[in-house]
Design a protein around this ligand. Structure first.
Ligand code: PMV
Length: 319
């Protein structure tokens, strides 16, 4: 049997991070320049039930049985076995690699889960539907960071720009694939500061508990910006998107999730010709994004590197 390969893209949140955890909408887009990959090969020389996992990026080479149940990879694999109703899997070797930076707001955890879920279910002859893939990946996201909104697993599963609102109790998540009337260029700059999302999400929750009214108002304002951004994208009105990014950044600063380095990169991007810029994802590190004229992307990327960014990616947002 030939090896099965499945891949999944990274993602960025264009508008609405943090407020999305509290039921407000957010917009996320896939980033296909970076990817997670799972390669699954049969090992007929080994007894059934034998599963070897190699993930060189994190220095892991182990048998499934040796990993604790709450390890995200063993958790994912065991849940796929249950979802496709397999009690004793054929012997296999799973190799996982990724070019998506870890803990940088690019959705590396969700992308690894989704590549693994798709590859494994296909290898077992029972490919899962997008809904099943996304909901399984959501269960893994909960291991990574307690109260995820579900936006990462959604945008990465569908590999399309999405407008997303988290479910309210008893209601399904709202996932809308909306039209990008005119493609536009986003420059991603990595601050090089690892920032686990669980920490910033937890800090925002404590601040929200302490100053409920203030934070509810900030989240509502973010929601308004997100809705204006969606309308602008659907109308191909790219000129209004830049100022909306700046407005979202200002709100994120007030929510308390920016940091000096991100503020600096945002400022440099604007001064170098970006239409607007903001942090993206959990904040306090990780990535910032800038809406840039396509022809200036390289020069602005260079300015970000000179200002301390450790890496840049240029991506086009399109349907
Ligand atoms: O982009 P990430 O993976 O760092 O996710 C952050 C997005 C938050 O809104 C802060 C959290 C979430 O679960 O939506």
């Amino acid at each position: 049997m030939p090896a099965i390969t499945a891949t999944a893209p990274g993602k960025i949140i264009l508008f609405g991070e943090h407020a999305v955890v509290y039921g407000h909408p957010a917009i996320a887009v896939p980033v296909n320049q970076v990817r997670a990959r799972a390669i699954i090969s049969a090992r007929p020389d080994q007894p059934s039930g034998w599963v070897r996992i190699q993930a060189p990026n994190i220095g892991l080479d182990a048998l499934l049985d040796e990993l604790p149940g709450d390890n995200p990879l063993s958790f994912t694999i065991n849940h796929v076995f249950a979802a496709v109703d397999i009690t004793r899997a054929p012997a296999m070797e799973i190799r996982i690699t990724s070019t998506i930076p870890i803990a940088a707001g690019l959705g590396s955890g969700a992308a690894v889960s989704i590549a693994l879920i798709r590859g494994l279910s296909k290898f077992l002859g029972k490919p899962l539907s997008d809904e099943q893939v996304s909901s399984l990946a959501y269960a893994v996201e909960k291991l990574h960071h307690g109260t995820p909104s579900g936006i990462d697993n959604t945008v990465i599963t569908y590999n399309k720009p999405v407008y997303f609102s988290r479910n309210k109790p008893g209601k399904a998540d709202q996932v809308e694939k909306f039209n990008v009337a005119r493609s536009f260029t986003i420059l991603i700059g990595d601050s090089g500061i690892p920032s686990p999302t669980a920490l910033t999400v937890g800090d925002v929750r404590s601040a929200w508990q302490e100053h409920q009214e203030l934070y509810e108002n900030l989240f509502t304002s973010v929601g308004t910006v997100v809705n204006q951004a969606k309308e602008a994208i659907q109308a191909g009105d790219i000129a209004t998107l830049g100022p909306l990014m700046d407005e979202n950044q200002e709100l994120l600063v007030r929510i308390g999730v920016s940091c000096e380095e991100l503020d600096h990169l945002v400022r440099v991007a604007r001064e170098s010709g970006a239409f607007g810029a903001k942090l993206s994802g959990g904040g306090r590190g990780g990535n910032m994004i800038a809406l840039v004229p396509g022809e200036s992307a390289k020069a602005i990327a260079q300015a970000l590197i000179s200002a301390g960014a450790t890496n840049t990616i240029v991506t086009m947002v399109r349907n």
